[in-house]
Design a protein around this ligand. Structure first.
Ligand code: ZN
Length: 459
């Protein structure tokens, strides 16, 4: 008989585990080469199995700007008048204007490490900081993509890299502002960047490259057509309808609202993720749900920036699909994204359990499973814990006081609404345990690099 050691098989045993059909008890996973080779439920643990409490599929983080982690807390001081998304953006532009590829790598590594500690196992990096100071292209067009890939490799998180096309400062092809020159390129250079990004991620397991027109204000209709072709077979992400001013500018330009315009002019389907989609009419909300595209929701950042509330109840009633993202990375916590998503709806509608799938259903479990599914689809990855998928797992400590006495869906209600990330004890990527006792195994080095980098950037 061949032993587990000889085949390289590993076995993880969970008292409770969220599989694609729901929670199961006494689940034994066989992992070969980082991939789930077998799932057995209702079985006894065997000697040599690693035993854990409650296993969940890792949450995909479908929208991140990793470098913005470095300015978390730097834009919370009141300015002379009317602080808004747009004044925040000026702070952000000043911050990024000092960053080298080495700085981006150090800051992104911290963000990705915190994502793993906070329950995320894959990140969609919406990456638009491409060029050197003043907008000069680096000798290697994908220099910054290499920095992102290196940070993903150091942390161990799975990467969906979304190089961003950014050409204009406003609707109607307005010329870019000086502060935007590090992002700007035309469609031809962008095609070369996507090829170079493919090469940059080649050695990262499970990595994917998608395409991303930044927003309707930063690209032209012709460029959106070109990207839809260029991105054949790849995920396509776009920022949309995040701000009321953006809706007003779009109406002035086209007499249509942003989501309305996109659905009328682009072949939006399940390959697409519309990030934010905050400001929609009920008709737009239902129309978006019907396309099967993913709504990319970032409740913590949307609250931090004062964007507004996504019409989640209407969208989910129309069977819309969504995932969550940490976007500005001002605070990184998968459970808190879900909690704030539901709480926004409770405050708006003065009701409770608004995003549960129906009577008797668990809000925490329904939101968690929907966000795993939608997030994975958005990032071009396998969804959940199934045979053949990478063993990307988050474990909750069932001895945590908030989880005491719970089983099944109630564990997710306790995680999302009560314990939060303090209940996370282990995180695995491709079967390799990166987080133990809530801490990433490279935390010491990654934090030291980050602190040194921030010291220079804020000097
Ligand atoms: Zn964003």
């Amino acid at each position: 008989m061949i032993s587990a050691q000889q085949t390289g098989d590993r076995h993880l045993f969970f008292d409770h585990m969220l599989l694609t059909g729901g929670f199961a008890r006494d689940v034994r996973l066989t992992i070969q080469g980082g991939v789930i080779a077998a799932i057995e439920a209702g079985v006894a643990a065997e000697s040599g199995d690693e035993r854990h409490g409650c296993g969940l599929p890792g949450m995909p983080n479908l929208h991140s700007h990793a470098f913005q982690r470095g300015m978390a807390g730097l834009a919370e001081r009141r300015g002379p008048s009317g602080d808004s998304f747009w004044t925040w953006r000026e702070v952000m532009y000043r911050f990024l204007d000092r960053m080298t590829p080495g700085d981006v790598r150090a800051v992104a590594a911290l963000a990705y490490m915190e994502m793993l500690e906070g329950g995320f196992t894959r990140v969609g990096e919406f990456h638009y900081l491409h060029h050197d100071f003043g907008g000069r292209p680096y000798a290697d067009l994908a220099e910054m993509s290499h920095a992102i890939a290196a940070a993903a490799g150091e942390s161990g998180i799975a990467l969906t890299l979304l190089p961003v096309l950014y050409s204009f400062s406003g609707f109607g092809a307005q010329p870019p502002q000086p502060a935007q020159m590090r992002f700007v390129m035309d469609i031809h250079r962008y095609g070369r960047l996507v090829e170079a990004a493919d090469a940059a991620i080649r050695d990262l397991p499970d990595a994917i490259v998608g395409v991303a027109p930044h927003s309707l204000r930063a690209v032209s209709p012709e460029q959106i057509d070109a990207l839809a072709d260029l991105g054949a077979g790849r995920p396509i992400h776009i920022h949309i309808a995040e701000q009321v001013k953006e809706v007003a500018d779009c109406l002035a330009w086209s007499e249509q609202r942003p989501v309305e315009w996109l659905l009328n002019h682009a072949p939006v389907d399940s390959r697409w993720s519309l990030v934010h989609a905050t400001h929609m009419t009920p008709d737009e909300t239902v129309a978006l749900a019907k396309t099967d595209a993913i709504a990319g929701l970032c409740p913590i950042t949307e609250a931090n920036l004062g964007d507004g509330l996504f019409p989640a109840e209407t969208f989910l009633t129309a069977r819309g699909r969504f995932g969550v993202g940490s976007d500005s990375n001002v605070l990184i916590d998968a459970s808190e994204e879900l909690r704030l998503l539901e709480y926004g709806q409770r405050l708006l509608h003065r009701g409770r359990n608004l995003l549960a799938g129906g009577e008797g259903r668990s809000t925490g479990a329904d939101m968690y499973m929907a966000a795993v599914d939608g997030g994975a689809a958005a990032l071009g990855a396998a969804s959940g814990l199934t045979v053949g998928a990478p063993a990307d797992i988050v474990s909750l400590d069932i001895r945590h006081p908030s989880l005491a006495g719970k089983s099944g869906d109630a564990l997710l209600d306790a995680y999302v609404f009560a314990a939060g990330r303090s209940a996370i004890d282990g995180v695995w990527r491709r079967g390799e345990q990166l987080v133990s006792g809530g801490r990433h195994r490279k935390r010491h080095k990654i934090v030291a690099d980050y602190v040194a980098t921030l010291g220079r950037l804020t000097a």
